[in-house]
Unconditional design. Sequence first.
Length: 276
Amino acid sequence: MAIITPAATDFPPDLSVPLNGDALNATQVMLAFQNLLDGSAAARLASFGSVGHRGASCSDNATIIVRAPGSVVLKNGSGIWKVEQRLTDFPAYTPVGIIASTGYWLYLQDDGAGALEVIHSTNVPDAAFGYELGAQLRAFIGYFSTDAANNILNFESSGLSTVIQSRPALGGGVTGNLMLDSGAATVNTAVNFTTAVPPGARIVQLDAYAQTSDGTSQLVQVFDGIATRSGLFLNVITTRPSAGFMPLAPQSGRTFNYVGSSANCATSVFCAGFSF
């Protein structure tokens, strides 16, 4: 008995099959099987990283609902490629062992009995956001993070985009998706992202809020660190705080910048969401 392996990843346009009465040997028969195997390899490559739908949410700071993924292509624990399917949402998932101010990746994996199960990990996905980096045992679903009190930030994700719904109270310091708490800089100042922003995020949605004790109009600018670019401008006076949203494409490192026209301006910035 001979074992053949894929020689190419081509879809065969046709197959040569024997007719009754043909004189055949193993090599001739193997050609048809080789073409079928190559076509199967091509189909697997085309579905690499395939998840019918990536979606998850948290609304109680503790449990996560992973949405029905449809068909998922991944390897099982034996390293065999499988197509597994789930057409209903998973039961509420309570991540075990999570710690404060930490980001986690959500994955689906084979449970050993041919069904899908939800897991979380600090291990990053591959650059294509298909699988956990280094293997294809776990299919990427999304990302979540915790605040300083170890609460999961409430979120809703669909595809490669996530909206963060939590808004920590101002005045208690940086935590969760509150990345700047009442900052009063009057010079261009860089602010680090918190773990609410995952590595690899291409777009980060900022939610900025400013207020002032000055009796005159003051201006706050939030931007991506390149001074020549326009950003979000908040015009504030004593009786009228100002707020706004801004999509930001991180330019250098995991930071954004802000500056106020007065030290009496208090600026706070949340991460309102992100996209890969």
